[in-house]
Design a protein around this ligand. Structure first.
Ligand SMILES: [Zn+2]
Length: 89
């Protein structure tokens, strides 16, 4: 799982994006069985990181004109490189 939080100061949560590759229910039973599925991402982990970062930054810039304050990832430091160098503008 990967989540990105954008906050204004320490007050308001501006954006929260979550991508899940894993769903416990999917892992334990037949995928055809209906359940509240937590899995919302099927591509690779690096694409997941880029997608959530891009979505979060675009939403924050568009709606609030703020910068990101906090990133919670899986320890892959390349994500921070993406954050610093990969954001247009
Ligand atoms: Zn599921």
């Amino acid at each position: 799982m990967l989540s990105l939080e954008l906050q204004e100061g320490d007050k308001k949560l501006l954006y929260l994006g979550v991508r899940n590759k894993y769903c416990a229910a999917c892992a334990q039973r037949s995928p055809k069985e209906l359940h509240a599925c937590y899995k919302n991402w099927n591509a690779s982990s690096s694409e997941m990181e880029n997608d959530i970062i891009r979505s979060g930054f675009l939403a924050a810039e568009k709606d609030h004109g703020v910068q990101y304050t906090r990133f919670i990832g899986d320890g892959d430091s390349s994500v921070h490189t993406t954050l610093i160098h990969g954001i247009p503008g």
